[in-house]
Design a protein around this ligand. Structure first.
Ligand SMILES: C[S@@+](CC[C@H](N)C(=O)[O-])C[C@H]1O[C@@H](n2cnc3c(N)ncnc32)[C@H](O)[C@@H]1O
Length: 480
C-alpha cells in the first residue's frame, strides 16, 4: 500500500475498522481520530504486505489470525506511562492505604494483592511494589502479589525485562533510585526485591476472564488511563467486573481525568490527601472504622446501629467540624443515626432548615436536618442543605463532606456539585474546583433533575451553566 494514501480512510473503512477495534479491545476512535486510525492501519498493512485495506481487513478480521489483530491493537493503543504517575495517589497509597489494609488484616491471612489492569510497560506495578516496600513493616512476613496485565505483549516484554532508559526516570527521586535500581547500559535495572513482587500476564479487559482463579481477590485495582479510551458502555462493563474481583474495602484507582460518575454507583468515592480514590464499601463497621454503606443493604432498611455506635448530636457535629479519628480520610455518608426521636419528614425538615438558615439560626437549622435524617438518612437534599449551613458557618471541610454525601445519594444533583466546586475554589483547591464546575456544567447542560425546587426560584439551569463556564474560564491556568 502506498504511504501517501495512508490518511485517506473512506467512511466504510473507518466504520468497519473502528467497530472491529472496539469489539476486540474496547478502544473507540472518535471521528476526530480518523487520521490516527488511518495512519495506524496503513502502517500495519504495509508491515504485513497487504495490497490495500480490503485485503488487510480480510486478514485482520479472520478468526484464524488473532495474532495480527493483537498486533494492530497493540499498535493503536496509547502506551504512555511513568513511575509514580499521579503522585498524590501514591502518597495516599503509602501513607494511608497500605497501612490500612495491613491493619485490617491483622490476625488474618497476611496476603496483599494488587492488580494493575492496563499496565503498559510496567512502571505502574513496579511503583506499587516500591510503595509497599517503602512503608510495610517486615514485608518479608507478607505474601505480596502484584499482577500487571495488558493486551500489548511487546509492552509486557519490556515490563518483564525491568530495564528502562534514563529518560524514563523523571518521576523517581534519588532515594528510590538508589534503593531500588542499579545503573546498567545508559539506564537502570529494577532490583530483585521489587521485581519478585510483580508478575506480568497478557489480559484483554474486554475479552478475557478476570484473573480470579489465577490471582484471587484484590485489595486494590489500578486501572488508570485505560477506560478513557473506551466507550461509556464498555467502561461500565469493565468497572462492574472489577467489583467482583475486589475484596470488601478494596480500592479502585482511576486516572485523574476518569470518573465513575454515571457509570457505577456501587463504589464510594474517598478523598485521601489530594487524591480521589474509589472504594468497594466495607460492611458498616470493620476494625473500628466505619465506611460507606452499600446502597443495596440500605434499601432493605437503614441500619439502626448498636447503642454504642450512636453518639450525641453534639459529638456528631464536632466530628463534622473536623475532629475525626483520622483527618486524612473522608468518607461520603453520615454514618450516625442522630439521637432524636421526633423525626420530621425530609421535605418538612429541609423546608424548616432553610428558614432557620435564612434567619442565621444555624444550630436550629442543623437540628431540623437531624430530625429529617432520623426519618431518612439517605436523603440527598438534607445533606445538601446541611452543606449550605456549614458553608455559612465557615466550616468548608464539613460543607464539602455534606455535598459529597448528597452526591453519593444523587450523583445528578448538579447544584451540590456547584457548591462543592465553590468550596474547593474558596480553599484554593483550584484543580478540584475546575473539575467540579465542569461536572456541574455537564449536569445542568443535560438538564438532569439536578436542581432542587428551592434553588430554581433563584436560578435557572442556563444561568448556572453560564456561571460554571465563567468560573472554568477564569480558573483554568491557575491550577498549580
Ligand atoms: C495509557 S496506558 C496506561 C498505563 C498505566 N495504567 C498508567 O496510567 O500509567 C493504557 C494501556 O491500556 C492498555 N489497554 C488498552 N485497552 C486494553 C484492553 N482492552 N485490555 C487490556 N489493556 C488495554 C494499552 O495497551 C496501554 O498499555
Amino acid at each position: 500500500m502506498s504511504r501517501n494514501k495512508r490518511h485517506m480512510l473512506s467512511e466504510t473503512d473507518f466504520e468497519r475498522f473502528r467497530q472491529l477495534v472496539k469489539g476486540a479491545s474496547g478502544i473507540f476512535f472518535d471521528r476526530d481520530k480518523i487520521e490516527v486510525l488511518g495512519a495506524g492501519l496503513a502502517e500495519r498493512a504495509n508491515e504485513v504486505g497487504a495490497g490495500d485495506l480490503d485485503e488487510y481487513y480480510g486478514l485482520v478480521s479472520s478468526r484464524e489470525s488473532r495474532e495480527e489483530l493483537n498486533r494492530l491493537l497493540a499498535h493503536l493503543s496509547v502506551q504512555e506511562t511513568q513511575f509514580f504517575r499521579n503522585s498524590p495517589q501514591f502518597d495516599a497509597l503509602r501513607q494511608y492505604i497500605i497501612p490500612e489494609i495491613a491493619r485490617r488484616k491483622t490476625g488474618g491471612e497476611r496476603v496483599m494483592r494488587f492488580w494493575c489492569a492496563g499496565c503498559s510497560t510496567g512502571q505502574e506495578p513496579y511503583s506499587v511494589a516500591m510503595s509497599v516496600l517503602d512503608v510495610l513493616p517486615e514485608p518479608e512476613s507478607w505474601n505480596i502479589q502484584i499482577l500487571g496485565t495488558d493486551l500489548n505483549e511487546d509492552a509486557l516484554a519490556e515490563a518483564s525485562r525491568g530495564w528502562y532508559p534514563e529518560r524514563k526516570f523523571a518521576g523517581v527521586d534519588r532515594l528510590h533510585l538508589d534503593r531500588y535500581f542499579h545503573a546498567a547500559g545508559g539506564g537502570y535495572t529494577i532490583d530483585e526485591s521489587v521485581r519478585n513482587l510483580v508478575r506480568f500476564e497478557r489480559l484483554n479487559l474486554v475479552d478475557d476472564p478476570l484473573p480470579v482463579s489465577s490471582f484471587g481477590v484484590c485489595d486494590a485495582v489500578f486501572c488508570r488511563n485505560v477506560i478513557i479510551y473506551f466507550t461509556h458502555e464498555t467502561a461500565k462493563i469493565v468497572i462492574e467486573h472489577f467489583y467482583d474481583i475486589m475484596s470488601p474495602g478494596a480500592y479502585l484507582f482511576l486516572g485523574h481525568s476518569e470518573t465513575l460518575w454515571r457509570m457505577s454507583s456501587k463504589y464510594a468515592l474517598v478523598e485521601i490527601g489530594d487524591a480521589f480514590i474509589y472504594r468497594k464499601p466495607l460492611p458498616l463497621s470493620v476494625g473500628g472504622r466505619r465506611f460507606l454503606p452499600d446502597r443495596r443493604l440500605r434499601s432493605t432498611g437503614p441500619s439502626s446501629g448498636s447503642s454504642d455506635e450512636r453518639r450525641s448530636s453534639r459529638a456528631d457535629r464536632r466530628s463534622r467540624s473536623g475532629e475525626r479519628s483520622d483527618p486524612r480520610v473522608k468518607t461520603g455518608v453520615n454514618k450516625q443515626k442522630p439521637l432524636t426521636d421526633d423525626a420530621l419528614s425530609p421535605r418538612e425538615a429541609a423546608g424548616s432548615a432553610r428558614i432557620q438558615l435564612d434567619r442565621g439560626k444555624y444550630e436550629l437549622a442543623i437540628r431540623c436536618l437531624e430530625r429529617g435524617l432520623a426519618a431518612n438518612g439517605a436523603d440527598p437534599e438534607l445533606y445538601f442543605v446541611l452543606g449550605l449551613v456549614h458553608e455559612k458557618m465557615n466550616e468548608p471541610e464539613a460543607a464539602a463532606e455534606d455535598f459529597r454525601r448528597a452526591l453519593y445519594f444523587d450523583p445528578d444533583l448538579g447544584i451540590a456539585r456547584f457548591h462543592l466546586a465553590s468550596v474547593f475554589e474558596q480553599n484554593g483547591k483550584i484543580k478540584s474546583a475546575v473539575r467540579e464546575y465542569r461536572n456541574a456544567k455537564r449536569s445542568f447542560k443535560e438538564n438532569l433533575p439536578g436542581l432542587l425546587e428551592a434553588e430554581l426560584e433563584a436560578f435557572d439551569a442556563d444561568s448556572l451553566m453560564n456561571l460554571c463556564e465563567w468560573k472554568i474560564e477564569n480558573l483554568t491556568g491557575l491550577e498549580s
